[in-house]
Design a protein around this ligand. Structure first.
Ligand code: ADP
Ligand code: MG
Length: 180
């Protein structure tokens, strides 16, 4: 079993609903146990045009080797209609492996920790929300990196939705009773 963190993002279609559905999809995998889900965040696109993004981070435990987890991420992205017309194109769903245990991987098609994790508020802020003490291999405590991304627009989304399943996954006591 390995603990991994996935970053979810979307800015095409009903992006908020897509992220909720994608978390349920992950939780339904026999090979995955979802341990925590961050709040939902609204964020500015970076190096791209298009609408604002919605982002969240999921902490999970999995029996999948990391490459199988990457393949599953691609399969789920595809199921949610992901297309790649050009780099940084708007997307119905992006599923990135932020961390996989304490492993560092540097291969052509898989880099872990995710290469942009430490530069992006949309990944760092929800990661620290669900695991305040998390350490990023080669970079140290994630919380110590928050200052360096404080110029990036990110706003926690508040919702009255009371979905019991997602609520149970929420690691954020301040938002108990909310699923986003
Ligand atoms: P983005 O980099 O904007 O997320 P894509 O989702 O299209 O763009 O991913 C491009 C490629 O990045 C994927 O085909 C995948 O092989 C590669 N990649 C490298 N490291 C990772 C990672 N940690 N998580 C997800 N994809 C990764
Ligand atoms: Mg991606």
């Amino acid at each position: 079993m390995t603990v991994a963190y996935l970053g979810l993002g979307a800015n095409l279609g009903d992006a908020r609903q897509t992220l909720k559905d994608a978390v349920v999809c992950l939780a339904q995998q026999r090979t995955i146990t979802v341990l925590a889900k961050s709040s939902l965040y609204r964020t500015a696109p970076i190096d791209a045009g298009g609408d604002d993004y919605f982002n969240c981070v999921v902490k999970l435990e999995t029996t999948l080797p990391v490459r199988h987890l990457l393949a599953l991420c691609h399969k789920i992205e595809h199921q949610f209609g992901r297309e790649r017309p050009f780099r940084n194109a708007p997307r119905t769903l992006d599923l990135d492996i932020l961390l996989y245990g304490e492993q560092s991987i540097d291969e052509a098609d898989l880099i872990v920790p995710h290469p942009r994790l430490v530069e992006r508020a949309f990944a760092l802020v929800p990661l620290v929300e669900i695991d305040a003490a998390i350490v990023i291999p080669q970079h140290g405590r994630a919380a110590a990196l928050l200052d360096s991304v404080s110029d990036q627009r990110i706003e926690k989304v508040k919702s009255p939705c009371q979905c019991p399943m997602l609520d149970a996954l929420s690691g954020n006591s301040a938002d108990k009773g909310r699923c986003e």
